[in-house]
Design a protein around this ligand. Structure first.
Ligand code: UDP
Length: 299
């Protein structure tokens, strides 16, 4: 069963099982969904995820991401559902100089998005102590790509993410891609991120759910490849993959952006057997490009 308020999501992308339209802040709706479908586990993906917006409207992020998660946790416990997979983020690590980011790294988020996710990680631990709710926390790095069959892809309104905005610029839907900041302390001055294919993320979730079903203890996993790419490197790869020019302008830094977020952990591989085989930058851009040319949602 999929539970979503469709504020940023699309019903078209619900391909399997029943759909329940509701809001995480609506405890009665959650209780009804748990009572109707009696799930063995929850996978909690629902969140607002725009770093820049979270700087300007922190209340919305705390309410939706933290209060919504808290309501969901309480509803799960009340329904006797005690296994939980949570989408957290590398943004919980924040700005750290020359640090290899593994699951034991300090977490010091610099924006409300990361802070609201970190608070939910803490809440999960408290709920385990109090109620025995076991969890797997996945700290996603930058999700990219699309379903290679072309059925599901990225479609945000408004769009704020690098790769879809770049593809819009290539296809003429936008005049140009603006690079947010060229004065970072990186080799080419632009921010560095660790991009991971959405299909590899899906594989990790299946493995994470199995981990809980096998009775294993709560755990946290970074989901990144360990390879970082600057904004300019992403642009250069896109040029090659699409065989087209990328109209680019340079702008100022976007508030809340960290200089570099790259995973330095192999735990997901050693513990879950996870291998992000689809997560080469060229494959992610190619799959996103394919979706960009053919895919859309209508409801
Ligand atoms: N970025 C950019 N121009 C854009 C959108 C993003 O230069 O129009 C940069 C942004 O500063 C960040 C990287 O691309 O360094 C990835 O941003 P995105 O919004 O895709 O993901 P985030 O890292 O914020 O989760």
């Amino acid at each position: 069963m999929t539970f979503d308020n469709l504020v940023t999501g699309w019903k078209d992308s619900v391909k399997f099982g029943p759909f329940f339209q509701g809001d995480l802040l609506d405890r009665a709706a959650l209780d009804e969904a748990f009572a109707t479908y009696q799930p063995a586990a929850v996978m909690h993906f629902a969140a607002l995820s725009q770093v820049g917006e979270s700087i300007h409207d922190p209340g919305r992020y705390w309410r939706n991401n933290f209060q919504g998660s808290l309501t969901l946790l309480e509803a799960a416990v009340a329904a006797g559902c005690d296994q939980f997979v949570f989408s957290s983020t590398c943004a919980t690590y924040g700005e750290q100089d020359n640090v290899v980011l593994d699951e034991t790294s300090a977490q010091q988020p610099i924006n409300a998005y990361g802070a609201s996710k970190l608070a939910t990680e803490h809440a999960l631990r408290n709920f385990e102590t109090a109620h025995g709710l076991r969890h797997v926390i996945f700290r996603y790095f930058n999700v990219a790509g699309a379903d290679p069959d072309g059925d599901i892809g990225e479609f945000h309104q408004p769009e704020t993410h690098l790769i879809p905005l770049m593809l819009d610029a290539i296809s003429g839907k936008r005049d140009a891609l603006t690079i947010y900041g060229t004065d970072y302390e990186t080799p080419d001055g632009t921010c560095i991120r660790d991009y991971v294919h959405v299909c590899d993320l899906v594989d990790a979730h299946v493995a994470g759910l199995q981990w809980l079903l096998d009775g294993k203890p709560s755990e946290v996993f970074n989901l990144g490849t360990g390879s970082g790419f600057s904004v300019r490197e992403v642009i250069n790869h896109s040029r090659r993959v699409t065989n087209a020019e990328v109209p680019v302008t340079t702008g100022t830094r976007r508030a809340g952006d960290c200089t570099k977020l790259v995973s330095g952990s192999t735990r997901a591989n050693s513990e879950l057997g996870w291998r992000p085989d689809r997560s080469t930058l060229d494959t992610m851009i190619a799959d996103a490009w394919q979706w960009h040319k053919t895919g859309h949602y209508t409801e």
